[in-house]
Design a protein. Structure first.
Length: 475
C-alpha cells in the first residue's frame, strides 16, 4: 500500500539519484576533442594523398622524358605537344576552358623572366603525363603538382637537355603557328642552332645544348647552384682532367694484366684456367666448364660469344636517377656528388650494375718508390671474386682477387653512390650475382626509397673507418 511516508521515501531516492547523475556529468570536451582529432586525421590523410598523387605525376613526367630518350624521341610526341600547346594557348576565350588557360598562364608565370618560362614549358610539353595533368587533374592536386614542378625546375631542365629532348623544335613550331601576340618577341628565335640568343638567368643554363651532343646524360650533375656541370675526373696518368665516360657494361683491359708489377696470378687461382683470364666475368668453374643458370636453366656462355646463354629478363629495373651535388662531408671541402632517386623503389630491387674497367688488383694500389700504378684508384675499386664464390668455400678476402672493377675513368651513375656514418641511413647494398652470362656487381635496395631521397651504401668497414675514424661503429 502506497502511503505518504513511502511516497516521500521514493521521491527522496529519485532526487538523490539525480544528484548523483549530475555529479558524474562532465561537459562534452572529450567528445569534441575526439571529433576534432578524427577530422584532423582525415585532413592529414587527404593532404598526404594529394602530395602522393602529385609526386607520382612528377615521376611520370621524368619517366616520359626517359622513355622518349630511349626511343630516340621517335614516338610522334612533338606533333602531339605542338597541337596541345596551341590548344592551351587559345583555350581562354572558349567557354569551359578558363581553368586550362589559367594553368597555362601559371606555368608561364613561374620564373620571373618570360624566356625561361617558355623554355620550361617546352621541356614539360614533351611529357604526356604533364599534358594530361594540365587538362584533367583536379585543382588541389594540380596546385601541389605545380609546387613540386617548381621545386624540380632545374632538375627537369637538365634531365631533358642532357637527353637531347626536342623542346626547341616544339617551341619554334608553337611560336610560328600561334596567333598570340605575346609570342611575337620569340618568333625571331626560329633557328634552333642559336635560339635563344640571349643568356637566361633562371634556370641556370651554364652549358649550351651542343655540349650535351656527344655525351650521355649521366656524365653531368646538377650543382647546388642549380647549374649543370660535367663530371670531370683525373686522367689515367693523373696529369690532367678528362670527362668521365658513361658505359653500360664492364670493359676488360687485358693489357693492364701485362704491365710491370701488375697481373700476378692470385693465390688459389685454379691451375686449369689460363692467366690472364679469358674474361674475369665468365661464369665457369675451376676447370673452365660453364655453369647452368638456375633461373632460365640455360648454360652460361663466354662473355662476347655471339650465342646467348642465360636469357633471364627483368633482373635489373630501369632506375630513373640523377647525379646531384650535396653538401661536402664534414671537415672537407671536396666536391660531393651523390645519386638522387627520381622514382620510388621497394626493398629488394636490383636497380643498377656497378661497372668500370676490369683491371688487376695491383693497378689500383697507391704508387711506391719503385712501382708506378696505371690507375692509382683508391676510391672506386670493387673486388670481383668469381672463382672464389663458385668453387671455394673459404671467404674471398682470404684469397687473391681475380680482378678489380675500377670506375675511376669509365663507369656509370652507381660510382657516385654516397655513404653515411649511420647504418640506419643506408638504403642500398652492393652485391655480386651471376646473370646474363656474366658475374656482376649490382646495386640492390635494402629498404623502401621515396622519390627525392639520396641513395646511401656502405663502402666496407675498413674504408668507413678511414673516412669516419678508427672508432667508427655505424651506430
Amino acid at each position: 500500500m502506497l502511503t505518504s511516508a513511502n511516497l516521500r521515501f521514493i521521491l527522496s531516492l529519485h532526487f538523490c539519484n539525480r544528484l548523483s547523475t549530475a555529479a558524474q556529468y562532465r561537459p562534452p570536451f572529450k567528445f569534441i576533442g575526439i571529433f576534432l582529432s578524427i577530422n584532423w586525421s582525415k585532413y592529414v590523410m587527404a593532404s598526404q594523398r594529394t602530395i602522393n598523387r602529385a609526386t607520382a605525376l612528377v615521376f611520370n613526367v621524368y619517366a616520359d622524358f626517359d622513355a622518349g630518350y630511349r626511343n630516340d624521341w621517335k614516338n610522334g610526341q612533338q606533333q602531339l605537344l605542338v597541337t596541345q600547346l596551341l590548344f592551351l594557348a587559345n583555350a581562354g576565350p572558349n567557354p569551359g576552358h578558363e581553368r586550362t588557360r589559367g594553368r597555362f598562364d601559371q606555368i608561364l608565370g613561374m620564373p620571373p623572366d618570360p624566356l625561361p618560362c617558355y623554355i620550361f614549358l617546352g621541356h614539360l610539353s614533351l611529357s604526356r603525363a604533364f599534358m594530361d595533368a594540365i587538362l584533367n587533374e583536379v585543382n588541389v592536386v594540380w596546385t601541389e603538382f605545380l609546387t613540386q614542378l617548381s621545386n624540380n625546375l632545374s632538375s627537369i631542365s637538365l634531365f631533358v637537355r642532357s637527353r637531347r629532348g626536342p623542346w626547341r623544335e616544339a617551341l619554334i613550331d608553337y611560336f610560328n603557328a600561334s596567333n598570340n601576340t605575346d609570342t611575337r618577341e620569340y618568333r625571331a628565335f626560329a633557328n634552333p642552332g642559336c635560339w635563344p640568343h640571349r643568356e637566361v638567368t633562371y634556370p641556370s643554363h651554364r652549358l649550351l645544348d651542343i655540349e650535351f651532343l656527344h655525351h650521355r646524360p649521366d656524365e653531368f650533375y646538377l650543382g647546388r647552384d642549380n647549374g649543370y656541370h660535367p663530371c670531370i675526373v683525373r686522367s689515367g696518368d693523373g696529369a690532367g682532367i678528362v670527362h668521365m665516360i658513361d658505359i653500360d657494361e664492364c670493359v676488360y683491359d687485358e693489357a693492364a694484366f701485362s704491365l710491370p708489377g701488375c697481373g700476378k696470378r692470385p693465390s688459389g687461382y685454379p691451375a686449369a684456367l689460363p692467366w690472364p683470364p679469358l674474361h674475369p666475368q665468365n661464369v665457369s668453374d675451376q676447370n673452365g666448364q660453364f655453369f647452368t643458370c638456375q633461373g632460365c636453366f640455360r648454360q652460361y656462355q663466354p662473355v662476347g660469344s655471339p650465342v646467348a646463354g642465360c636469357r633471364c629478363q627483368g633482373w635489373k629495373s630501369n632506375a630513373i636517377v640523377q647525379l646531384t651535388q650535396y653538401l661536402p662531408f664534414p671537415g672537407t671541402n671536396e666536391l660531393n656528388i651523390g645519386v638522387r632517386a627520381l622514382q620510388a623503389f621497394t626493398a629488394g630491387q636490383v636497380i643498377g650494375e656497378y661497372v668500370g674497367e676490369l683491371v688487376p688488383e695491383e693497378a689500383v694500389m697507391p704508387p711506391t718508390a719503385r712501382k708506378v700504378r696505371p690507375l692509382h684508384d683508391q676510391i672506386y675499386p670493387f673486388t670481383m671474386c668469381r672463382y672464389n664464390r663458385l668453387n671455394n668455400p673459404r671467404k674471398p678476402e682470404q684469397m687473391g682477387a681475380i680482378a678489380v672493377v675500377s670506375a675511376r675513368l669509365r663507369g656509370n651513375w652507381t660510382r657516385f653512390i654516397n655513404t653515411a656514418p649511420l647504418r640506419t641511413d643506408w638504403n642500398v647494398v652492393f652485391d655480386e650475382i651471376t646473370v646474363a652470362d656474366r658475374v656482376r656487381i649490382v646495386v640492390r635496395t635494402t629498404k623502401d626509397i621515396a622519390f627525392g631521397e639520396q641513395l646511401i651504401a656502405s663502402y666496407g668497414e675498413e674504408y668507413m673507418k678511414d673516412i669516419f675514424g678508427a672508432d667508427w661503429t655505424g651506430r
